[in-house]
Design a protein around this ligand. Structure first.
Ligand SMILES: Nc1nc2c(c(=O)[nH]1)N[C@H]1C(S)=C(S)[C@@H](COP(=O)(O)OP(=O)(O)OC[C@H]3O[C@@H](n4cnc5c(N)ncnc54)[C@H](O)[C@@H]3O)O[C@H]1N2
Ligand code: MOO
Ligand SMILES: [Mg+2]
Length: 429
């Protein structure tokens, strides 16, 4: 018998995050970097825009020339040039002169305002183009000034920031052809169980198909890892030990499913014993996923997830996912947690923290979370609709539809700090 001491999820996470070192740095093109995390902060090495420019198609003018303009007595300015974005007017614009200018073009020297095309009347005097301006323009009107978007020296994105399309825009703005990121951790997936069939096997009495291997592969992808499916193993101590020892050398993280409880064929505890691994914990005060065990060997972590599909799923989301995000260099590696309104009664009592697979819905601006199916750790049917985990903290009594609950978002690309993740806003009731 192996001693099992139940600890709280926060303690379990704290223990395993001590081993979460950012992976090796690599450089990717901005076309490939979406979904990674910045390995270095992004500092503006020039102001944006880099020159004063026109935000409109119109005419660059000198505001002083329009000081007395009225509808009946418009200022008449001679058009002395025209420039589009990318062009620069050479020379200086003089008194009673204007330059036809397009959006994005640099403001010509001498000008201090832009008037929109629609606001002027274009006329010809002696075959020369002129404009009539019918109202005074204030100095600095309609100019996008140098640095009004970003000032030189500003940190526009910090190290550890998730690279979303907006970060890609900034990287391109500052000329990054090579974006520093952390390599996706090679994450091996091994499933155990003599009852497991391959996907193309017909069902046989007592056997089921291996769904966990594929589910974890998909969850690892969603978490940003590089999943490596290593196959399935029968419940045999020797072959399991052999396979885990060999495969651990080939990957950065190893995830196993099944064989982690107290049954006769649950060999994971004995395997960790033989490996001489440092078992960080082997029982968590939560459901499902209470048997989730994490062990460390030579600095690498082995996540031994439950065989029960829903427990396996939840164990991955609560433990492996933040770890993977941290290895990817995420500054805030935890899934976002927020409040929602419970969409249906949940009448179970909670002698431990419970994480119920749920479905989110936004109705008239209010977020509702409803359990997405049967709440048993052995089921697979509640997973497809699940996009959150509804949190029922230990001690919370039965919950009625309409009560406030906390939810952990599973499909969000952004993430939060450990402090925020464990700052429970809705206490047990
Ligand atoms: N006497 C006790 N029995 C159990 C306890 C306990 O504390 N005392 N804990 C229960 C809890 S909680 C869970 S969760 C499970 C954990 O089981 P294991 O991690 O040991 O997993 P297995 O025994 O290998 O399998 C459990 C269940 O899951 C099915 N399974 C396994 N692998 C897959 C797969 N790849 N795809 C689909 N389904 C899979 C397997 O057929 C079993 O039905 O233990 C409880 N028992
Ligand atoms: O706690 Mo077991 O790990 O699902 O139900
Ligand atoms: Mg078992």
């Amino acid at each position: 018998m192996f001693e099992r001491k139940s600890i709280q999820l926060q303690e379990a996470v704290t223990r395993l995050m001590k081993f979460a070192n950012p992976g090796e740095m690599e450089y990717l093109s901005p076309l490939e970097a979406t979904g990674f995390y910045l390995a270095e902060g992004l500092v503006a090495d020039h102001p944006v825009p880099p020159f004063d420019r026109s935000p409109y198609d119109g005419f660059a003018i000198r505001s002083s020339d329009t000081a007395r303009a009225t509808t009946h007595n418009p200022s008449v300015l001679k058009v002395v040039g025209e420039i589009g974005a990318g062009q620069v007017f050479s020379g200086t614009v003089g008194e009673k002169e204007a330059v036809r200018i397009m959006t994005g073009a640099a403001i010509p020297d001498g000008c201090d305002a832009v008037i929109m095309i629609e606001a002027v009347r274009e006329i010809k005097i002696d075959d020369n183009l002129h404009i009539q301006v019918r109202r005074p323009m204030k100095a600095n009107k309609n100019i996008s000034f140098t640095g009004e978007d970003v000032q030189q020296g500003t940190v526009v994105a910090e190290a550890g920031k998730y690279i979303n399309p907006g970060v890609i825009a900034l990287l391109a703005t500052f000329g990054y052809t090579q974006v520093p990121v952390r390599k996706r951790p090679a994450t091996g997936i091994l499933v155990t169980g003599s009852e497991l069939l391959d996907l193309d096997d017909p069902l046989e009495p007592g056997k089921i198909r291996n769904s966990n291997g594929y589910m974890i592969h998909s969850q690892a992808l969603r978490a940003g890892a590089e999943p490596i499916y290593l196959g399935k193993l029968s419940d045999d101590l020797e072959t399991n030990f052999e396979s885990i020892t060999t495969n651990l050398k080939k990957v950065d993280i190893l995830i196993t499913t099944g064989g982690v409880s107290v049954g006769d064929y649950d060999f994971m505890p004995e395997i960790f014993n033989r490996l001489g691994a440092n078992v960080l914990f082997n029982k968590i005060g939560m459901r499902p996923g209470s048997v989730t065990t994490v062990a460390e060997k030579n600095g690498k972590l082995i996540f031994a997830l439950s065989g029960n599909p829903s427990a396996c799923y939840v164990g991955f989301e609560l433990l492996a996912r933040p770890f993977i995000r941290a290895v990817l260099g995420a500054r805030h590696p935890f899934s976002p947690r927020t409040t929602a309104i419970l969409g249906a009664d949940f009448l179970k009592k909670n002698p431990f923290d419970r994480f119920v697979r749920g479905k989110l819905e936004l109705k008239h601006g209010t977020l509702f979370a409803t359990p997405s199916g049967l709440d048993k750790s052995g089921v697979v049917s509640s997973l497809a609709e699940a996009d959150c985990l509804i949190v029922f903290l230990k001690g919370r009594k039965e919950s009625k539809k309409g009560e406030q609950v906390e939810v952990i978002l599973l499909d969000s690309k952004e993430s939060i700090s450990m402090e925020d993740f464990f700052a429970d806003k809705v206490r047990g009731r």
